[in-house]
Design a binder for this molecule. Structure first.
Ligand code: DX5
Ligand code: ZN
Length: 218
């Protein structure tokens, strides 16, 4: 099948050993960094200074997923800090077109995330402004949650919209992605797979990345 990208989420790593944990998954396509502000989601993780330090600790490009309020104010700084991809939430952005343009102007890929109950259809006309759509497959906030099957039709509809417009967008899924669920996501049209517990909970995280990629491309 098509090329699949696997992005380990450091949310499931040991935060006291982030550099080593980042290096443990070299060979992964991107390192997924979950930024949470305790307002948009009921959890608090890390911010800009940690992203700046991780940038120097690994050659793997950084995929920053901002689960924060007011991304209009904060997101461009993540691109400036060295993130290669910056994802803001559709539910939180006030001016998503301006925001996506600001992220791209910093040289990063601009991406927009949808919570499980947020439809893609109202955002159809925004697709050319974006490099990726993230369809959340759990309610954002925590690692280790069960994959929500109800999101599969939206993954399929998002892939259809992207194809209908002939756009090069990537389609990312995040939440509960594992050996048990990744094939369903790939079949529905996802091509970028975030995996937290399925990678960092494994005996050999780098091997888990290779296993997931092989399964997604099957
Ligand atoms: C959840 C985060 C995810 C999380 C995924 O809000 O956005 O990136 O780390 O963890 P798993 O793969 O364990 O569901
Ligand atoms: Zn995430």
């Amino acid at each position: 099948e098509d090329m699949a990208q696997i992005n380990p989420s450091i949310l499931s790593a040991d935060f006291a050993r982030l550099a080593e944990e980042a290096q443990a998954v070299e060979g992964a396509d991107w390192l997924h960094i979950d930024v949470m502000d305790n307002h948009f989601v009921p959890n608090l993780t890390l911010g800009l200074p940690v992203v700046e330090s991780l940038r120097k600790a690994t050659d793997t490009p950084l995929d920053c997923h901002l689960m924060i309020e007011d991304p209009d104010r904060w997101a461009p700084a993540y691109a400036e800090a060295g993130a290669g991809s910056v994802t803001f939430h559709a539910e939180a952005a006030t001016a998503p077109i301006r925001l996506a343009r600001e992220i791209r102007a910093q040289g990063a890929r601009a991406s927009m995330a949808l919570r499980p109950a947020t439809p893609i259809e109202p955002f159809e006309d925004l697709l050319p402004e974006l490099d990726m759509i993230l369809v959340m497959t759990v309610e954002p906030g925590f690692g280790g949650q069960a994959f929500l099957d109800v999101t599969l039709p939206k993954i399929r509809r998002t892939r259809e919209l992207i194809a209908r417009h002939g756009l090069p967008l990537w389609l990312q899924v995040d939440g509960g992605v594992s050996a048990a669920t990744i094939e369903r996501c790939a079949e529905a049209g996802a091509d970028v797979f975030v995996a937290g517990s399925a990678v960092y909970g494994a005996e050999d995280p780098a091997a888990a990345v290779r296993g997931l990629r092989e399964q997604a491309e099957r």
